[in-house]
Structure formats: C-alpha cells, structure tokens
Design a protein around this ligand. Structure first.
Ligand code: C5P
Length: 307
C-alpha cells in the first residue's frame, strides 16, 4: 500500500466582479484570489479492492455545517479521484482521509481545496506523474475554484473563475476571518445576486486598477480600500446578521472588510499581526460570529507534505 498526504489552502477573493448569468447557469467573473494558510489535508492510500472511499475528520475550528460534507460519490475529493482514474485509465482504488480545517460552505473554497489535494495525492500514489497543466484542466472540470487551489499564491480568475493566471503581488497580508455557525449555498447566493440585479444591464466583470496597483506595491492600506465583492449584498440579503459582523471589524480599524466569496465567512484585513490579534478579540467578544481565525496570505497551492 502507498500513501501520500497533500495540504491545500483556503482562498479569499480580494475582488469578485460578477457578470450576467450565462445560458449554462454560470456567471462570468473576474476575480483576484489569494491563498491563505488555513489548510485542509487529504491523505490518499491505495485501496487494493479497487474502491474509492472517503472519511472526514474536523479539527474543531470548522463550526459550519460539518455534518453536510457528503461521504458518497458526490464528495468533491471522491469526484476528483474518480475523474483522474478515468482519464488516466487506471483501475486502482484509493481511500481518502480528509482532515478539515477550512469552514464547510463558508465561501473559502474548502471543498475545492480537498478536490485539488485529492488530485495531487492520487497522482502520487498511482504513480502517474500527470503534467501540472493537465491536473489544472481536470480541476476546472470539478469546480470553478479548484484550479486556483492547485496554483495558490495570488492569481486572477476569469471565465467562471477556473481560468487562472498569476498576478504580480508583493507583501504579506494579515487576515482575520469571522466564521458563521451555518454555511451558505453558493448557487443560492448567485441566485440571490440575480434577483437583486434583475433590472440591471449585466456589467462586463472587471478588476479595479487600484487593487492591482495596491498588490504590485504591497500596500495593505490601499488594498484594504480596494477590496470588493459583487456577491456581498446577496450574501447579506440571505444572512442579514453579516452586516453586524462587518460593522464590528470596521469599528476596530480593519483596513478593509468584506464577505469572502459567496460567504458567510467575513474577512478583515489587518495592518500587522498585533492588529489582527486585537480585531480577533473584538470580533470574538462581539458575539456576532461563531468563531474567529487568523490567517496569513499569500501561500502556495496544494503540495505534498509526506506519506
Ligand atoms: O463551479 P462550482 O461547482 O463551484 O459552482 C457551484 C455553483 O455556483 C454553480 O452550479 C453555479 O450555480 C454557481 N456559480 C456561478 N458562476 C460561477 C461559479 C459558480 O453561477 N462563476
């Protein structure tokens, strides 16, 4: 039996611009992803029976709907293993053990991180040496955010978010993440976005030049001002209490505050580590969220960490 463990990061969308819904049900987006050091781990072990199965454990910091991670063929990591096996023409099975830290249905691409980790871990235990570009292509078939989890760092996402290219970014950014007790469904948030914007001519999704300039300069204060998320109003409409969490972060001097992706996690940019600690305490004391986690970005994409 062979085993490989891969660690894979959560993401924050520093900007998420959304266009009008396409005939296939997806929305064109222009987004800037940043990978942060809140990571899930997936251990793959070859399974002589030929089956693909999965177990999930939680480290206690993921208070969102943990019971909702499916353990059947619809699990994104299982789908990743199944897709790779099909395309590579192998018959081996694999047991996947997921250790979850990233909030479930939290808007931080936790399921996508697991899928990326499973692709890489299965590639190792099945000894396939699949070129990275092919893995990234398979990742795009699994979900819009999966390619970014393989690539990591700071990157632009276009198409439905799956066309990823690195962007020039300097600096190390300190984030405080306020986690909610229950998750939000991504399709539900996009549907609410459509409802709220039904009278608007769909815009062409664009990233503000000020955000790109802030990243190039490594200027956290300018980045904080430029953070933006077109899905924020939809997430707050479905979960009005997020407005209180955002207000607490803003009151304690966050350089920027926004809903992460489709939410309900909210992300606050701090000036330094000490500021992040102060904001964490204030958010915890406010009682407006279920848990608070600090994270640093950017970090690299999914990578093997052992057997
Ligand atoms: O690609 P992924 O499976 O993560 O997408 C989940 C759902 O989120 C889609 O079925 C769609 O409803 C919505 N979505 C979207 N536009 C995107 C990405 C996701 O409408 N660019």
């Amino acid at each position: 039996m062979r085993s490989a463990t891969v660690r894979s990061p959560a993401k924050i969308n520093l900007a998420l611009a959304v266009g009008g819904v396409r005939p296939d049900g997806y929305h064109p987006v222009a987004t800037i992803y940043q990978a942060v050091d809140l990571c899930d781990e997936v251990r793959a072990t070859t399974q002589p029976s030929g089956d693909i199965d999965v177990t999930v454990t939680y480290d206690g910091r993921s208070p969102t709907e943990t019971a909702k991670v499916p353990l059947g063929p619809e699990n994104l990591a299982v789908r990743a293993a199944t897709l790779l096996r099909e395309r590579a023409g192998v018959s081996d099975g694999v047991s996947l053990a997921i250790r979850k830290v990233i909030p479930v249905s939290g808007g931080m691409a936790g399921g996508s991180a697991d899928a990326a980790a499973a692709l890489l871990a299965c590639d190792l235990v099945w000894d396939l040496s699949t070129p990275k570009a092919w893995l990234v292509q398979l990742a795009g078939e699994l979900g819009s955010d999966v390619p970014f989890a393989l690539v990591g760092g700071t990157a632009m996402g276009t198409g439905r978010g799956d066309q990823v290219s690195p962007v020039l970014a300097r600096g190390r950014y300190y984030w405080v993440l306020a986690l909610a007790a229950t998750g939000l469904s991504t399709p539900a948030v996009f549907a609410e976005y459509d409802r709220l914007n039904r009278d608007l001519v769909p815009p062409d999704p664009q990233i503000a030049p000020a955000l790109m300039a802030a990243l190039r300069a490594g200027d956290a204060a300018a980045l904080g001002v430029a953070l933006s998320n077109d899905l924020q109003d939809a997430a707050v409409s479905l979960r009005p209490e997020l407005a209180h969490t955002l207000a607490v972060g803003e009151e304690c001097g966050a350089l920027g505050a926004l809903v992460s992706g489709s939410g309900p996690t909210t992300a606050f940019l701090a000036g330094d580590e000490e500021h992040a600690l102060d904001m964490s305490l204030a958010l915890t004391r406010s009682g407006t969220c279920a848990d608070v986690v600090q994270a640093v970005g950017p970090v690299g994409g999914a990578k093997p960490i052992g057997g």
